[in-house]
Design a protein around this ligand. Sequence first.
Ligand code: NAD
Length: 509
Amino acid sequence: MTSKELKALGLENENPGSSTGSKWFSKGAWITSNSPTNGKEIGKVQSSTRKDYDKVIQEAEKAQLAWRNIPAPKRGEIVRQLGDKLRELKPVLGKLVSYEMGKSYQEGMGEVQEMIDICDFAVGLSRQLYGNTIHSERPGHRMYDQYHPLGIVGIITAFNFPVAVWSWNAALALVCGDVVVWKASEKTPLCAVACQKIIADILKANKLPEGISSIVTGDKEVGEWISTDTRIPLVSATGSTRMGKLVASTVAQRLGRSLLELGGNNAIIVTPSADLKMTIIGAVFGAVGTAGQRCTSTRRLIIHESIYEQVKKALLDAYKQIKIGDPLDSKNHMGPLIDTDAVQNYLQALDKIKAEGGKLLNKGEQLKGKGYESGCYVTPVIAEVENHYEIVQHETFAPILYLIKYSGDLENAIALQNGVRQGLSSAIMTNNLRESELFLSQNGSDCGIANVNIGTSGAEIGGAFGGEKETGGGRESGSDAWKVYMRRQTNTINYTANLPLAQGIKFDL
Ligand code: NAD
């Protein structure tokens, strides 16, 4: 990525990492962002100190008082402008996502497209923040419920979707009348600075208060400031289940609201009637795309014994064709892991699979030599395992695909699919209506996302996104996910000269 391209996104070699709108400041330690694609330094971002953080929150509080009084459709107009700017910058922002995070350029562009899509969704939503009208049991009374802005939304995000997750939250929160304070992953700080520059310019051009959108930069300590802060009524946190448990308990201590989007352990059930061509494409993209670093990556394939060998062979053939290398080169299918710590986790997971009795079907290794100088490239692995293995029960954020055999009825496969602690995404490959409906029924998948004849990864923004159990229960993006960003109020109006009490209670004076 050239310095001209970085400049087009407002990035310098050294960037302050705290901002309220277009005012940038920071006094903390420097974070160096190196590209996992080639190990080279992209730039530095200065962390926020507690003082910087407090300044950001004070500005956000002030800005919210003004922002909540701007009519929702007018707030939608600002989000429309954000979507337009993202359309313009899609190639260069997509490239930064690819270069700083390591996903393919196509996926980087796809991530920016998701930002554009959620902006479009939010613009329409800004005229549809509907409550209900309710018939009162009392004569001459009218009841309704309405939704008011909540205040400051704290957004904590993971490295693997370094721009889209912010926008899923910010676009909805902004039309809902909230202001946003974002702490991005310390592994992808430049993506956050670039997004903040984009929205800050829009706020400035529209003469709006600076603190409507802010960022703070740093590691988990800055995240902890957000989760303990009583000035922040909603904390939306995306990341590992370990992090989510800590954030959930901290926010619950102060009876705040949290929206949690945590780890997955996603499976595709492959039934005897499955279309195997579709199955192989869905499974390989799900397992290898983003080098297995999507929350919705396919981790487990639960295959009926009657077709097990056939699927195994087709997968091994497909894996032989996967090209690994620079994600900005479109001929490569798979780029690097985020850093060398992630490579160590991958290697340890391979050891654990073997120690528990699993079998690696192809060689899992860290790649060395020309093109792999960053030390972050690995080969994608297929392993035969049993569902109950400790390692299979955990999400390993790497391209490792587990093959699990089932026999008998679909109920047995569903029990395996549900037999993990996470509950994000799930899929079934079948051409049998009964199997498909059972999978989607109350006796089927226990996940937040259940697909038929589609893989586990790659959701559309129109649906609510999130998962059950240790995935955290939160829902973001489409459908009615917006409601978590607002406070609901029930209103009853008496337009008579009498005061009848509810439930027929008599109280005569
Ligand atoms: P991580 O948990 O290490 O970090 C995520 C964010 O949380 C970072 O910004 C980090 O600084 C912050 N953080 C860490 N500990 C914290 C604490 N105690 N208090 C407050 N903030 C804290 O996750 P990661 O390695 O960046 O991302 C990978 C994980 O994210 C995977 O488990 C993946 O499944 C999950 N993820 C989930 C979704 C989803 O929508 N369900 C989406 C993307 C990623």
